[in-house]
Write a protein that binds this ligand. Structure first.
Ligand code: GAL
Length: 425
């Protein structure tokens, strides 16, 4: 495939070279290629709609360049990351790939697979347009490595209002205890699995929300810097709470990705789902408007963030085209077009908010005023091997009987993962 692309590149004429130069980063700008491969996991629904909006802007902004944007489906990139890593190891990189900004980039940086984009951040006006806190958290080894397009909030509970109303649940629970009370009430009223849940990484998201409530934002963040112990009593108490929540979820959770769990909610089989705020775009696309949302009870003003971003690979066959894609991603118009479909908020603070829902506008306000905490399931807090180990630990717990020994095994596995993979980003 790679050699086909190189052969294609070789027969492209001088006109394309001119266009490529106009879009390029300058330094290795000897590419005559016109095909740009963008690698993502956004294959369906609101995710694909967001990607398509960027592709359409790219087509206008980068004439002479043709985009190929094959996506490997699977929420949070669980499948895409495996395919990507195999390709990177075989020296068959796409020109640019989707990744979460922050710690998830560490292994790609160490392996020399992605380019330092610090200079492009300045020349594209990103340095001043992104919130200072975001720049700080996505700076690794003093440099910037990926262009964030949108910010999502992970710690959000989505509801089916009709299901809740049938049990006289008319207000959002303020505490975990109250949420557990409501789940109990729904079950007594015949909703067998009132909490819609999916596979391993969605379970990690639920545990992270419980940890934020039980430990508070500062100690939660400390779990990923070494300041908070994974093997202490506080984490054990959170695992107890998590296990109680798990008991209210659907038994087939391990075989569901997030859109199928969201479907359970929309179909009235569940009253609640904890999931990132890409859910709204999915529900809207399914013409389901009977939902509401609130931050996970007890999370206070904690805004658990993650940022979708794009890299430029060191082995890119078309670095100029890849850079033109990144410039599209970096632009205020690109960020607006993407988020209007995807349900995120633009990473840039100066991007227009045309076409945004009330939820998105309130999320943008919360992002400004809230307490930012990172996400391990979505790579702002931990590296990919750490994520994989945490997902595996949650998956194993999900199929266990939740005995005290199983809880201890979960805690030990999480503590071992932290010990093995912790490092300063
Ligand atoms: C996240 C990603 C989001 C959304 C979600 C579900 O990791 O950042 O944009 O795609 O996964 O797949």
């Amino acid at each position: 495939m790679r050699s086909t692309r190189r052969a294609l590149a070789a027969v492209v004429g001088a006109a394309a070279l001119l266009v490529a130069s106009a879009c390029g980063t300058g330094e290795d700008d000897d590419s005559t290629a016109t095909q740009v491969e963008v690698f993502t996991w956004w294959a369906e629904g609101g995710e694909k709609a967001g990607l398509d909006a960027l592709v359409s802007r790219f087509t206008t902004a980068c004439p002479g360049q043709e985009l190929s944007s094959g996506a490997v489906p699977g929420g949070a990139g669980v499948n895409a990351k495996q395919v990507l890593n195999a390709r990177l190891q075989q020296n068959d990189p796409p020109d640019t790939f989707q990744v979460h900004a922050g710690a998830e980039l560490l292994d790609h940086i160490d392996a020399g697979q992605i380019k330092d984009l610090t200079a492009e951040f300045s020349s594209w006006g990103l340095t001043g347009a992104l919130p200072a806190g975001l720049i700080e958290t996505i700076t690794v080894n003093g440099k910037l490595w990926s262009v964030p397009v949108g910010v999502h909030r992970a710690n959000v509970v989505w509801t089916n209002d009709q299901v809740l109303a049938e049990s006289d649940i008319l207000t959002a629970p303020k505490t975990l205890k109250e949420l557990l009370g409501n789940l109990g009430r729904l079950r007594r009223d015949g909703v067998e699995s009132p909490l819609a849940l999916g596979r391993d990484w969605t379970q990690l998201m639920l545990l992270e929300s419980v940890l934020i409530s039980d430990l508070g934002p500062k100690r939660f963040t400390g779990l990923f810097t070494g300041a908070t112990k994974w093997d202490g009593k506080a984490v054990r108490a959170a695992i107890d709470d998590y296990a109680t929540l798990l008991d209210f979820s659907n038994a087939d959770r391990d075989s569901l990705d997030w859109p199928q769990a969201t479907r359970l909610l929309a179909d009235g089989k569940a009253g609640y789902q904890l999931m990132g705020d890409w859910v709204a775009a999915e529900l809207e696309a399914a013409n389901f408007s009977g939902y509401d949302s609130f931050p996970f009870p007890g999370n206070g003003k904690a805004f658990q963030w993650l940022a979708d971003s794009f890299t430029l690979t060191t082995g890119a066959a078309n670095p100029s085209g890849g850079a033109c894609w990144l410039q599209t991603v970096a632009s205020p118009e690109g960020q607006q077009a993407f988020s209007a479909q995807k349900g995120s908020i633009p990473a840039r603070t100066d991007a227009p908010t045309t076409g945004f829902s009330d939820y998105q506008l309130s999320a943008a306000a919360d992002w400004k005023s809230g307490v930012a905490v990172p996400s391990c399931a979505h790579g702002s807090a931990c590296s990919q091997p750490w994520q994989n180990a945490a997902n595996a630990a949650l998956g194993a717990f999900s199929t266990s009987d939740s005995t005290p020994a199983d809880k201890e095994a979960l805690q030990s596995a999480l503590a071992a993962a932290a010990k093995q993979f912790i490092r300063q980003a």
